[in-house]
Design a protein around this ligand. Structure first.
Ligand code: ASP
Length: 329
């Protein structure tokens, strides 16, 4: 015989299961899905998220909107996504900051491993770019100019924990020169300052700078990965930092999609399936490739692989960041 309280508990559990099932079946029931972007509008993370939102519309059968929640090198927006209701309607699109902020920030209001991982989206190369009036016309000349000006050189980034910050840290350490770091809330405002000559240099993602490099609004000096870029054509003749003497220099960025912890498994599956469809969307692929991004199609779009990859990236970057000893609270 069951006691009345046992019967009530069983009824509550059954109702919760039914509700979760119904929600998963109907998700996304006519309500827009929000992608939180933890950087400013118009920057590289924002661009990939907007393109992805467009490509997700069809498989999710509804609106997908962007919410920019910038500041503190992505940690404000990431914390907001972490605290969002775990119902699949609020997701996070972010980049390598997911793997660098746990070491860079002494206190974070979230644990990366507590997010639900939905899959990687793309990989994006980075390049060293300078303000339009910079006297250096190639990387050798740039090295000489930096050596002359040392910490009078203003190196912009998108905030502590951003990709541009990480690449800038590695660039300074490879050149054994400390420059003056100027943090912004995103790569978009940093790039505006670079074009205006308020800062001198930046290591930025091709997805942020391709049209400015093509339009000669900034000067490009070298790419930060180990291989030269064959696409977009404007980067074709740029050397790598590695071949320019900074041996082993290799930074490239990736973006991923996340949901708050506790999102029902069936909703996560719907979202992962939708992501896989979006990543095959020819329009999405075309837009991303035109900016220099490479869409991920392999195992890393599987949630378990995505998580494994991010945890391996945390381990990979921790010693680099600890060496640079630039932490934030
Ligand atoms: N992802 C950029 C960076 O880390 C920031 C942004 O998207 O605005 O440099």
């Amino acid at each position: 015989m069951y006691t009345p309280s046992q019967l009530t508990a069983a009824a509550v559990a059954a109702a919760a299961l039914l509700a979760a099932g119904a929600q998963a079946q109907t998700f996304p029931a006519g309500k827009p899905v929000t992608l939180i972007v933890p950087f400013t509008a118009g920057g590289p993370t924002d661009k990939v998220a907007r393109d992805l939102a467009e490509a997700l519309r069809k498989p999710l059968n509804g609106a997908v909107v962007i919410e920019n929640s910038d500041g503190a090198g992505s940690t404000i927006g990431t914390a907001k996504a972490f605290r969002a209701a775990p119902d699949g309607y609020t997701l996070l699109v972010t980049h390598i900051g997911m793997a660098t902020t746990p070491t860079l920030y002494r206190k974070l209001p979230y644990k990366v491993e507590d997010f639900e991982f939905l899959g990687l989206i793309n990989e994006v190369p980075m390049a060293i770019i300078g303000k339009p009036g910079l006297p250096a016309n190639n990387f050798k000349e740039l090295e000489g100019w930096i050596a002359q000006n040392k910490n009078a050189v203003n190196l912009g980034n998108a905030g502590i924990g951003s990709a541009s910050h990480l690449c800038g840290l590695m660039f300074q350490s490879a050149l054994k020169t400390e420059m003056t770091t100027v943090p912004y809330k995103g790569a978009a405002p940093a790039l505006v300052s670079l074009m205006g000559g308020q800062i001198d240099l930046m290591c930025d993602q091709t997805t942020n700078i391709t049209s400015q490099v093509e339009g000669k609004k900034v000067k490009a000096y070298a790419v930060a990965g180990l291989k030269r870029l064959s696409m977009p054509a404007v980067y074709k003749d740029l050397p790598t930092l590695d071949e320019s003497g900074l041996k082993g220099f290799n930074v490239s960025i990736w973006h991923g999609l996340y949901a708050p912890k506790g999102t029902p498994p069936a909703v996560l599956k719907t979202l992962n399936d939708a992501l896989k469809v979006a990543l095959k969307d020819p329009d999405f692929i075309k837009k991303e490739e035109a900016l220099g991004a490479i869409i991920v199609h392999d195992q890393r779009v599987e949630p378990a692989e995505h998580k494994k990859f991010v945890l391996s990236e945390i381990a990979k970057w921790a010693p680099v960041i600890n060496d640079a000893k630039q932490y934030a609270d």
